[in-house]
Design a protein around this ligand. Structure first.
Ligand SMILES: [Zn+2]
Length: 170
């Protein structure tokens, strides 16, 4: 098994905290409880008590909206405390975003959403040259194309050049 990075550890810690909040809220709402395998189809890992799926969905959604409420609240307070939008962006680790990444964000949605953290983010499209299905994970990170696709080769070379320039310019 590969070593977990600090960033990954933080994500897991946040997920645990939120799962506890979801469980608490579900119980308060009188959710149905079930016992399920910790890892589906693998009895060796034992069982856990959890909210029944639909009740879990409802509680998770409520927590999501509540988190958004607090996010906006902190944002407002940050502006009130005199922080610039740039400082806020830097505080949220958006400082390294390139224009290309910002454009991808618009298409692929919030990088911190549950969906993004769980499944990754992608936009799929069909290559106009090789007709291969492309799973596009953002600038410089695409899967497939047909073997030998010229467009893929060109875009890789272009990205290589951009990296080179950034390296030399910094
Ligand atoms: Zn292609």
């Amino acid at each position: 098994m590969t070593e977990m990075t600090d960033a990954e550890r933080q994500v897991y810690r946040a997920r645990n905290t939120i799962h506890n909040a979801i469980m608490d809220l579900g119980r308060e709402r009188g959710a149905e409880m079930v016992t399920r395998e910790r890892i589906r189809g693998d009895a060796a890992f034992g069982t856990v008590r959890d909210l029944a799926p639909i009740d879990g969905l409802k509680a998770a959604r409520e927590i999501e909206f509540a988190a958004q409420h607090h996010f906006r609240d902190y944002l407002r307070r940050a502006r009130e405390a005199g922080h610039s939008w740039r400082a806020i962006g830097e505080g949220l680790d958006l400082a390294d975003l390139t224009v290309a990444e910002a454009a991808f964000d618009l298409a692929a949605g919030d990088r911190d959403s549950y969906c993004a953290l769980t499944y990754g983010r992608s936009v799929t499209w069909r290559c106009g040259e090789c007709n291969g299905l492309v799973i596009d994970h953002g600038p410089g990170d695409v899967e497939t194309h047909q073997p030998g696709c010229q467009r893929f080769a060109r875009e890789e070379a272009e990205r290589e050049r951009e990296w080179q320039q950034e390296w030399e310019g910094s």
